[in-house]
Design a protein around this ligand. Structure first.
Ligand SMILES: Cc1cc2nc3c(=O)[nH]c(=O)nc-3n(C[C@H](O)[C@H](O)[C@H](O)COP(=O)(O)O)c2cc1C
Length: 204
């Protein structure tokens, strides 16, 4: 079964290296991961006053993320933190209170940068938000992708052969297995619980 994955890219830049990394992950696992990019550039800034009458862009975003089995964040680091546009999208998806579309969805976080520490700061700020959002986040492999540039990709935007591609291949496989494990364990627990309830009724 192919799991539906919502990919949220924290860069609005047309030539974004993070978008290219995201596309590469989709391309490498398109038999098992049915990936869709969920656009965030048009989302009005989150304002709690609008919860009762939300903008259509918020509704579209919530619907797209809500329909997914898992979420992949691919983001640059801005000033050692989460780009504002991504934080806004996280806030929009997390509300109204009690109706977060992120709740319980397995996630992975990838940050790519031309710099040497690969967006470590942004990666962990996203991770911190995911803790509050109740998203089980893949722990390994960690993906702070440093020294990524346009030169890492060919003319079609695909990753060139090399160490970076090997990391991405490993990550794409691990993310599929992570999403699969979370969903299958939940299904088994639900079946087990139904079985126990049935047995309890029979013995009542
Ligand atoms: C406002 C701004 C702040 C940035 N801050 C950082 C930073 O803290 N760490 C870093 O590694 N790169 C930083 N960069 C450089 C980005 O990593 C680089 O522009 C990268 O290509 C952006 O990702 P994208 O190609 O996906 O748009 C910053 C870039 C901008 C525009």
């Amino acid at each position: 079964m192919a799991y539906k994955i919502a990919i949220i890219v924290g860069s609005l830049r047309e030539g974004s290296i993070n978008r290219k990394v995201a596309r590469s992950i989709c391309g490498l696992r398109n038999d098992n991961l049915d990936c869709s990019m969920v656009e965030i550039g048009d989302l009005p800034l989150y304002n709690q006053d609008l919860d009762g009458n939300p903008p259509e862009q918020w509704l579209r975003f919530r619907e797209q993320v809500g329909a997914a089995h898992g979420v992949l964040f691919c983001s640059p680091e801005y000033n050692r933190g989460i780009p504002g546009v991504l934080k806004n999208a996280i806030d929009v998806g997390s509300r109204p209170y009690g109706q977060s579309v992120f709740d319980k969805k397995p996630a992975a976080i990838v940050t790519a940068s031309p710099g040497s520490i690969g967006g470590f700061g942004a990666n962990h700020q996203i991770r911190q938000a995911c803790v509050f959002l109740n998203m089980p986040v893949m722990q390994q492999p960690e993906a702070y992708l440093g020294h990524v540039s346009d030169d890492s990709f060919d003319d079609k935007g695909c990753l060139k052969e090399g160490a970076l591609k090997e990391i991405i291949v490993g990550l794409a496989h691990a993310f599929h297995d992570w999403v699969d494990m979370i969903h299958r364990s939940r299904q088994l627990l639900a079946e087990d619980s139904a079985h126990r309830s049935q047995k309890a009724k029979e013995h009542a």
